[in-house]
Ligand binder design. Structure first.
Ligand code: AHG
Ligand code: MN
Ligand code: MN
Ligand code: MN
Length: 334
C-alpha cells in the first residue's frame, strides 16, 4: 500500500457523499482509461512513427497531428461505454457526435480536447487532454449542433490529464480540485495532490509575447506593468513562462500560482480569440474557480458566456484571482 487513495476509491467516496452520480463514476473511470492509453501512445510515439502531421485539417483550420486523431478515437471509444452519455463534442470532429437516439434531460454531454498543445509533440514537451461534462437541460427532439450550447456554469465535472514527466489527472466535480498521479508499476491513478488551491498573490504571468504588436492597450498595459519590476506600479518583480500547452500552463498555475492570458487580439479577433470555449476555456475556468482562482474574458466570467457555436473561440484570462480582477478592472477603465 502506498498510502494514497486510488482514483476509484476517491470516486466511490464522492458518490457516497452525494457529490457525483454512479454514472459519473463510470464516465470518470472511462476518461481516466482514455488518458492512460493516450499517455502510453504519446510516450511511445517515436517508435510508432506517429509524432508527425497528417494530411488533414480539422474544423479549426489546423493541420491535424497523427496523435490528435488517435487521441480523439480513444476518447470516442471509451466515453461511449457509459450509457448516459448522449453526445460528444471534440476539437477534432466538425459535427457533434450523437450517441443516443432520444437524448433526455440529465443525459451527459462530454466536451473534450483530446490532445492539447500538440505542437509540442515532435519536440517532446508536455501535452495533455482536457474534458468537461454537462447534463442536458431538457429532452432533445432534434439532435442538432445547437443542442449542446450550454453555459460553462452548468458543468458538473471537468478536468485534464497532463502528459509530462509523470501523467497527472486533475479533476473537479464542483467540490474543490483534486490531483492524481499515474503510478508506473500498478497502473493506478493515486491521489497525490488533494484539495489544490491557488494562493492570494503571484509574481508570474504567461502569454505568447510574439503577439505583442497585436494586443489591445489593456493587455499591453498589464504586461508592461509586470515587466516594470519593483520600481513600477506593481512594486514587485514578475517572472514569465510560456509552454504553448494550456494544460501545462494551468497545471503550473495550480501548483504555484500565476496568470495565463490568451486574449482576443488584432490577429485573432475575427475568430473571437484562439482558445475554444467548450473544451478549453470552460473546463479550465471551472478548475480555476474551484481552486480559488478566476477565469474571465476581460469583460466577465467565462462560465457565464452563452455559447453560440460548438467550436466557438474566446478570450481567456485565468489564474490567481487578484491578477484576473486587476485585468478586468483595466478593461472597465479603458
Ligand atoms: P491545441 O494543441 O489543442 O490546438 O491547443 C493549442 C493551444 C493551447 O494549448 C496553447 O495555450 C496555445 O494553443 C498555444 O498557442 P501559441 O501557438 O500561440 O503559443
Ligand atoms: Mn488543435
Ligand atoms: Mn487545446
Ligand atoms: Mn487539441
Amino acid at each position: 500500500m502506498s498510502g494514497h487513495q486510488t482514483l476509484r476509491q476517491f470516486l466511490l467516496a464522492e458518490h457516497k457523499q452525494g457529490k457525483m452520480s454512479q454514472d459519473m463514476v463510470l464516465l470518470m473511470e472511462d476518461i481516466a482509461t482514455s488518458c492512460r492509453i493516450i499517455a502510453h501512445k504519446v510516450r511511445n510515439g517515436a517508435f510508432l512513427d506517429i509524432l508527425g502531421a497528417t494530411e488533414t485539417s480539422n474544423v479549426q483550420g489546423e493541420t491535424q497531428k497523427q496523435l490528435d486523431v488517435i487521441a480523439d478515437e480513444v476518447f470516442q471509444e471509451h466515453c461511449a461505454n457509459c450509457s448516459r452519455v448522449a453526445a460528444l463534442v471534440s476539437e477534432e470532429i466538425d459535427e457533434v457526435i450523437w450517441l443516443k437516439d432520444a437524448p433526455k434531460a440529465g443525459d451527459y454531454l462530454v466536451y473534450y480536447d483530446p490532445l492539447d498543445g500538440s505542437s509540442n509533440l515532435n519536440v517532446n514537451l508536455s501535452v495533455g487532454s482536457i474534458f468537461s461534462v454537462v447534463e442536458l437541460q431538457e429532452d432533445i427532439t432534434e439532435k442538432s449542433n445547437e443542442a449542446v450550447l450550454i453555459k460553462g456554469a452548468k458543468q458538473i465535472c471537468a478536468g485534464y490529464s497532463l502528459y509530462g514527466p509523470s501523467t497527472s489527472l486533475v479533476l473537479t466535480t464542483g467540490h474543490g480540485v483534486n490531483g492524481f498521479t499515474h503510478k508506473i508499476g500498478n497502473g493506478e491513478f493515486l491521489l497525490t495532490f488533494p484539495d489544490m488551491r491557488l494562493g492570494a498573490e503571484t509574481q508570474e504571468f504567461a502569454i505568447n509575447a510574439s503577439r505583442a504588436r497585436k494586443w489591445d492597450p489593456v493587455i499591453t498595459r498589464y504586461v508592461e506593468e509586470c515587466l516594470d519590476g519593483k520600481d513600477g506600479p506593481r512594486g514587485k518583480t514578475f517572472n514569465m513562462r510560456w509552454v504553448a500547452s494550456m494544460v501545462a500552463e494551468v497545471h503550473r498555475i495550480l501548483m504555484r500560482g500565476g496568470v495565463f492570458l490568451y486574449p482576443k487580439d488584432a490577429g485573432n479577433a475575427a475568430a473571437g480569440g484562439k482558445l475554444r470555449l467548450l473544451y478549453e476555456a470552460n473546463p479550465m475556468g471551472f478548475i480555476m474557480e474551484q481552486a480559488g482562482g478566476k477565469a474571465s474574458t476581460g469583460h466577465g466570467r467565462i462560465l457565464d458566456v452563452q455559447p453560440t457555436g460548438h467550436h466557438q473561440r474566446i478570450s481567456v484570462i485565468l489564474g490567481t484571482a487578484a491578477e484576473v480582477d486587476l485585468i478586468d478592472s483595466y478593461y472597465r477603465d479603458a
